[in-house]
Design a binder for this molecule. Structure first.
Ligand SMILES: [Zn+2]
Length: 243
């Protein structure tokens, strides 16, 4: 099912039949039988993008107020910048996430580290150790220990999460290549998304993310890394389409 959840609708009305055709074709190749939900939304401030979301709550047009599970989100700008081969490769990449239940695996890591961050300090306080430490000994030292624990646990959680996410992304690119056999289209699509992200005018947000990623690792392999993997794939396989 394709839903439109953009503020002003999608400009190009023939997107729907085209997208429907593409989806069915890729689903068949991936041997996915279950009904999938697609939601078209406005572009992000950082530009057009697409991805699988575990839960999606409608904002604007259809089904306002309701929530869907495991949806493929496409922002409307994607249809303006991608040709159908590129769109096909991007959707195939996302289908790999759906087929392998990646959102469930990532959610597990998120929960695991969240409990690691919360449970030990809570237990410590309940057992009185934390309180005793603060009262009897040094308030500043005790606070520093507790704060450091939170920071280290949070950073370690984000690092583990991003590391899993990077390996998942690499596998999803590989799946898309193995099923759709169109490396040049995937390469072009990655380059186009990266180009639009570079136009992001908010330097402060960009810089804060850069600092964050420096500590915990990036969520995705870099476009350069992904392109190297595509070129390696081309050397090892004989693509049907493309050159
Ligand atoms: Zn992905």
């Amino acid at each position: 099912m394709i839903y439109d959840d953009t503020t002003n609708g999608v400009d190009n009305a023939d997107i729907y039949p085209k997208l429907d055709g593409l989806i069915n074709d890729i689903k068949r190749k991936f041997e996915i039988n279950e009904e999938l939900n697609f939601v078209i939304i406005d572009d992000y401030p950082s530009g057009p993008d697409l991805g699988v979301q575990r839960k999606y709550k409608f904002n604007y047009r259809s089904k306002k107020g309701s929530t869907l599970d495991n949806v493929l989100i496409i922002t409307k700008g994607i249809f303006k910048i991608m040709n159908s081969d590129e769109l096909e490769m991007l959707i195939a990449h996302e289908f790999s996430h759906i087929k392998n239940k990646d959102t469930t695996a990532l959610n597990y890591i998120r929960k695991k580290y969240l409990s690691l961050i919360i449970i030990p300090p809570v237990l410590g306080i309940v057992l009185g150790a934390g309180v005793e430490l603060v009262i009897k000994y040094n308030l500043l030292a005790a606070s520093l220990i507790i704060i450091s624990y939170f920071i280290i646990a949070a950073l370690e959680g984000a690092r583990a999460y991003n590391s899993k996410k990077r390996s998942i992304e690499t596998r999803a690119d590989e799946d898309a290549l193995n099923v759709m056999l169109n490396p040049d289209a995937l390469r072009n699509a990655i380059e186009k998304i990266n180009d639009t992200k570079k136009l992001n005018p908010n330097k402060l947000i960009y810089l804060s993310w850069k600092i964050f990623y420096f500590f915990v690792g990036h969520t995705h392999p870099s476009p350069a890394e992904r392109i190297i993997n595509i070129e390696k794939w081309k050397e090892q396989n004989k693509p049907i389409k493309g050159t």
